[in-house]
Write a protein that binds this ligand. Structure first.
Ligand code: FMN
Length: 483
């Protein structure tokens, strides 16, 4: 059996895997396993072939991307502090992230690290002198300030921070910082007494007001023996990660200003105060959609049945038990631009809920007479003025998936149906993956787009991308705030 060493893959693949695994909160090895598993998954011949790849299933890996027209460029100013040795490691960490590094050393920095080391690690010339005729002719301090995507100062000494706050420009580092038109990230490092000195506090506040970004300093032991407190430079990896985050283009927010209402999970229909009728829905798909919509700017209102999931960050969640409570909560959140009904709502409830726990009497078994629950999808699809612009239902079927989903589509009056096979063999109920078919209406009837097997997070991202496309094409005006 051949073995695969991820370290030996080419750089673009490694970067893609790293980003994809981080996005899915998995290790790189686990991510590779998921990709391979998806490739060998048996295909049900009764299902229609995958007609369309998932639209925008994954956002493009963030900046910097190997193979991109231009590498990201950082000008790294190394100040004269004892932490300067850590900046040599920072150069390496940035290079690992495919970032071109051009180093500038202050005069004091050359007392702590050598130009040769910075040059060997960065693979470029190192600049130290404002009045070096050759440097000024080749590159010049203005180009060093502008010919990059970001300026990083690590370590940022108390002295450099003071110069920046006061607009000094009497050496190469301070002249670059004053002439900068790019964002600046400082990693301060100094003795705790220097950091807490009111002068440094004032300078730090001025710089933050001026829009300069800062990472650290951290608390801990100082290089000087017996000294501890706040003043340690952030670790090289922390700074490198902050650099990558700052270099990423802002996440597109195509659903900004849109309200998206989502239901998720099962419902519990009480039989008596201690017993209920339930189903196996985990709520994972609905929660994933809520998180994906929130990530692209939507104001998400999630109505969740009883689930064992943490509320997604930044989402307003209402927890309910029964179908009737779910409908009530949905109505309370209207109006909305989009409503996605991913919950597995019980079709029936017990007609006469017991006020007390039903007791074994030794006589006849109590009959459970059922009555129909409100149909949330149909109710909202048929609303008048308050009907959301885009209503999406879910069809969870265990047989004749597409036919049953089409019949549901015709009955409910919604705009789209997401159909998925939840028969036990698929492991969809409670599992992390899903194979879905998106049913939409075209001039020539119902269109079925069958997406390949994906994680529930990927399905969520793809569905949200489709929603954004639809909204931005057809429903151009976001609804106003709720009355
Ligand atoms: C051994 C030694 C360690 C120093 N460490 C720091 C330090 O960690 N942070 C700091 O702000 N200054 C430190 N200094 C003081 C700076 O080197 C000094 O303020 C210098 O002028 C800074 O120059 P620069 O800001 O142009 O790099 C240290 C000085 C010495 C001699």
């Amino acid at each position: 059996m051949a073995s695969l060493t991820i370290r030996k893959l080419d750089d673009s693949l490694k970067t893609y895997l790293r980003l994809r695994s981080a996005q899915n909160k998995r290790s790189v090895e686990e991510e590779v396993r998921v990709i391979l598993r998806a490739l060998i998954e048996p295909v049900d011949p009764s299902e229609p072939p995958a007609t369309a790849p998932p639209p925008a299933a994954l956002p493009e890996p963030g900046f910097p991307q190997p193979g991109a027209a231009r590498e990201a460029r950082v000008t790294l100013i190394i100040g004269g502090g004892i932490a300067a040795y850590k900046s040599l490691d920072l150069i390496r960490r940035l290079k690992e992230r495919h970032i071109h590094v051009r180093c500038v050393l202050t005069k004091a920095a050359t007392q702590f690290v050598t130009e040769l080391a910075a040059s060997a690690l960065s693979g470029d010339r190192v600049f130290t002198d404002l009045f070096d005729a050759r440097s000024e002719f080749d590159v010049g301090h203005i180009r060093l300030a502008r010919d990059c995507d970001l300026i990083v100062v690590a370590p940022a000494t108390a002295d450099l921070m003071s110069k920046m706050a006061h607009g000094a420009a009497d050496d190469l580092a301070s002249a670059i910082l004053l002439a900068a038109s790019r964002p600046i990230l400082l990693a301060p490092a100094m003795n705790p007494m220097m950091w807490s000195n009111p002068a440094t506090r004032r300078n730090a506040a001025t710089l933050q007001r001026d829009g300069v970004h800062m990472i650290g300093p951290n608390a801990g032991e100082m290089a000087e023996r017996g000294e501890a407190g706040i003043g340690r430079m952030a670790e090289a990896i922390e700074i490198a990660d902050a650099v990558v985050a700052m270099l990423k283009p802002p996440v597109p927010r195509p659903l900004a200003g849109r309200r998206v209402l989502i239901t998720a999970g099962p419902t519990h229909e009480p039989i008596d105060p201690v017993r209920y009728i339930a189903n196996r829905s985990s709520g994972k798909q609905g929660f994933a959609i809520a998180a994906a919509a929130q990530a692209v700017g939507a104001d998400v209102r999630l109505i969740a049945g009883p689930v064992e999931l943490a509320d997604p960050k930044g989402v307003s969640v209402t927890h309910v038990e029964s179908a009737r409570q779910m409908l009530e909560a949905v109505e309370a959140e209207l109006p909305a631009d989009v409503a996605i009904f991913a919950a597995a709502v019980a079709d029936w409830r017990v007609a006469h809920e017991g006020g007390q726990k039903l007791k074994k009497t030794g006589k006849a078994i109590p009959p459970l007479q059922l009555t129909e629950n409100p149909d949330i999808l149909a109710t909202i699809s048929k609303l008048g003025e308050k009907r959301p612009g885009l209503v999406i239902g879910f069809a969870a079927e265990t047989e004749h998936l597409i036919d049953n989903a089409k019949a549901k589509f015709a009955r409910k009056g919604c705009d789209w149906i997401v159909a998925n096979d939840v028969s036990p063999a698929t492991g969809v109920m409670g599992g992390d993956r899903n194979t879905v078919h998106l049913l939409t209406k075209g001039a020539d009837g119902v269109h079925v787009a069958s997406w390949p097997i994906m994680t529930k997070d990927e399905v969520a991202t793809a569905l949200v991308a489709e929603i954004a496309k639809k909204l931005n094409k057809e429903l151009t005006k976001p609804m106003g705030p709720p009355a």
